[in-house]
Design a protein around this ligand. Structure first.
Ligand code: SAM
Length: 272
């Protein structure tokens, strides 16, 4: 499966995803991932940024709120329509465009930073995406992205729960098998039954990479690794949102910041 075939699935997901996320059921995003991402993000006030795989634009708007001038792309026309509609109602000055991360329609070296909120693991051509991001970043610019954690979002995964229904372990397996588009069906777990009724499940093609594959691709592309985080919800956050208790047991998400070297910066190439 290539990125163009992936588009069909995300177009099919866009309406239900937007409805549920905007109603507050994407609780891992709202209580864990997004707060952790923005805690790690450098000051972007006044910078030109590119948000890649922006979906309905929730996190893009938060980037704009921090003073960045943001262009945002998504391969799904349906998601971009939802994002643009909200931009018309509540303008943040965001320039939304339908485009693929694999073929960015931008000139070289024009962005100060790029972000990818939970989108890079959904694109099969990971090497092209990183090369494209590196191309459009100015020298010295940074890329920050979040993905499901390669070590715990494995082809085989099962929550092990105690007698109170609390997760105490995650069983993982098949780590080294690179899934190449196996479609999984699900809805946000926090969605109540009455809201689920009549809604189609999301159909998401999965592309798994190992941790070393991700890190080596970044290094081979020429990025300098700057910061890595594995967000974990605090006890207080879990009291507020018990649905994300399982994210205290292992790292569900991986956040990485990497920088395109300034001209003249020496960086080590992979031997061989
Ligand atoms: C899990 S959603 C995340 C959406 C959004 N960033 C968020 O945090 O809510 C993944 C997004 O990646 C987009 N996507 C998948 N393949 C893409 C590609 N090749 N180029 C750009 N976007 C892509 C999907 O359409 C979808 O909107």
């Amino acid at each position: 499966m290539n990125h163009r075939e992936v588009r069909r699935y995300w177009n099919g997901n866009a309406d239900a995803w937007t409805k549920l996320a905007r109603a507050g059921y994407d609780v891992y995003r709202d209580y864990l991932n997004t707060p952790a991402f923005f805690k790690m993000l450098p000051d972007i006030d006044g910078l030109f940024g590119l948000d890649i795989g922006c979906g309905e634009g929730h996190n893009t708007r938060l980037l704009a709120e921090r003073g960045a001038q943001v262009t945002a792309i998504d391969i799904s026309e349906a998601f971009i329509q939802h994002a643009k509609r909200l931009e018309e109602q509540e303008p943040f000055g965001i320039n939304y465009q339908v485009a693929s991360a694999v073929e960015l329609p931008f000139a070289d070296s024009i962005f100060d930073f790029a972000t990818g909120f939970m989108s890079f693991m959904d694109i099969p051509e990971t090497d092209c995406v990183l090369a494209e991001v590196c191309r459009v970043l100015k020298p010295g610019g940074f890329l920050q992205f979040s993905i499901t954690h390669p070590c715990y979002d494995t082809p085989h995964r099962r929550n092990l729960r105690d007698e109170n229904g609390l997760t105490y372990a995650i069983e993982v397996g098949d780590y080294f098998r690179n899934l190449q588009g196996e479609v999984v069906e699900w809805l946000f777990g926090a969605t109540p039954p009455e809201v689920r009724e009549g809604l189609p499940k999301f159909k998401v093609p999965r592309f798994t990479r190992t941790l070393s594959q991700w890190l080596n691709l970044l290094i081979e592309t020429g990025f300098l690794l700057e910061r890595v985080e594995e967000p974990r919800p605090s006890d207080e956050t879990v009291r507020e949102c018990p649905d994300i208790q399982d994210a205290q047991v292992v790292a569900y998400f991986l956040h990485i910041r990497a920088r395109k070297p300034r001209a003249g910066t020496l960086f080590r190439q992979r031997p061989g």
